[in-house]
Design a protein around this ligand. Sequence first.
Ligand code: SF4
Length: 73
Amino acid sequence: MKVIKKSIIKESISPTDFNQLNLKFSCQDCSYYIHPEKLCCLGYKTEPHLLKNQMNLYNKCGQLIFCRFLEID
Ligand code: SF4
């Protein structure tokens, strides 16, 4: 039996969309983010969604990782 590993889905975002739309994609935009500790109060892994890491990914390959639980007040 072949085991299929799940991985984080990265979405390609055009530079036009990135510059024109006010996208919210980082933990720092999210109501569940605990700023000083860099933690998610829902217990999810924040590292892939931290602004610095998202920008590094976008600058490298034009993709972002959207957390499905991101909440904006
Ligand atoms: S819900 Fe997602 S975006 Fe929000 S703090 Fe947790 S990991 Fe980050």
